[in-house]
Design a protein around this ligand. Sequence first.
Ligand code: G6P
Length: 366
Amino acid sequence: ARVDKAGHKHFMAKEIAEQPGVLNTTLVNYLGTDGEITLPDPGIDFTAIDRLTMVACGTAYYACLTAKYWFEQVARLPVEVDVASEFRYREPPIPGRTLALFVSQSGETADTLAALRYCEGKADKIVSVINVPESSIARESDLALPIHAGVEVGVASTKAFTCQLTVLLMLALRAARDRGAIDADVFADHVSALRGLPALMTHGIDRSAVMQATARKLAEARDILFLGRGVMYPLALEGALKLKEISYIHAEAYASGELKHGPIALIDKHVPVVVMAPKDGLFDKTVSNMQEVMARKGKVVLVSNAAGIAEAGDGVWEKIAMPDCPDIVAPILYALPAQLLAYHTAVAKGTDVDQPRNLAKSVTVE
Ligand code: G6P
């Protein structure tokens, strides 16, 4: 079927707006009415593995970095994550009882496919998280987990990212359950947090106008920093990637705690610093990082929930209030500001949002 913009100015805008609906489809395909998480045959025996190696490129790589926190914290499984182009040439040893997990929207990225082939005969099991079920990566895996995002046209990945995250979170929860690493009531809470995601994403998208107003200011900047801590660090990376891909503004992301080890030298009144930080257990640490930025006249854009914004106090340049949400699904909700700030900044600059220069949707060359 031909895919059109359905009244949106760009495919990227359409695909951002589609997220509540496609996430619902993703959930329906994995969540049973009994509250359990079901995987397609032949499934995965998580008691037969001791570690995970995750490999991907671009935005899919950031989905892996986010999932590392989930697999480690919820399922107590050690995780190694690498970009495919490094992994394949490094020839890393693959110990026994390793599950190799490849994430790719297209399922055709040359480096990711080569990394998968490297793992054949070495890893205990090869699993992929893909959007295109007929793709090479899907076909060459022992188990392919579709993300059900539908066709993604915009070169900058949006709905595929949140669907990848959702499948990876369900996989981490399933691993936790099978390995006896999670209490039944905590598991049930996380499953209901997942079920609440589509409505939460709708509320998040409703805040688009606030992000547009901030983006008009960001469009004036030459350099922008993104900061995040813990599971928000990969989201900061994704926010910076999206912004540079489509607005051509130089953007870098750092783990908030690394600010003092170098990037703080860049801060002055010309540098906006986007801080992705819902009020969680690490919020106080992030507030002190923000104060370090503001003391050097850096312009802080705080993306947080109402409680976080209230606590941050005066001196914050721009505030983007996100709906409250359970911590476990925060990275999925906070993908929205990463996407929408980049989108509105690019629109303000008048760039070609759906076909950014020098980039391809799927990179099938090395
Ligand atoms: C290209 C695209 C990115 C994508 C990356 C990985 O660089 O422009 O949006 O994240 O490839 O693609 P994949 O299809 O493997 O997820």
